[in-house]
Design a protein around this ligand. Structure first.
Ligand SMILES: [Zn+2]
Length: 57
């Protein structure tokens, strides 16, 4: 399994963004800059509200 993408809703501005579940760098909200995911070495730690999973293609 190469990993999936998930929609994550920003807790601050409710912007929805697609985040790679195994992101190796921090992912910030494109609108307000809040950290949405932090790299942990495995699955990223998601900071926002996780929405649907988007299968990797
Ligand atoms: Zn935001």
């Amino acid at each position: 399994m190469a990993g999936n993408f998930q929609t994550v809703q920003c807790p601050d501005c409710e912007n929805e963004q697609i985040v790679f579940t195994k992101a190796s760098t921090a992912v910030n909200c494109a609108v307000c800059g809040t950290t949405l995911a932090r790299p942990t070495g495995g699955n990223a730690a998601i900071e926002g509200e996780v929405g649907e999973t988007v299968e990797a293609r």
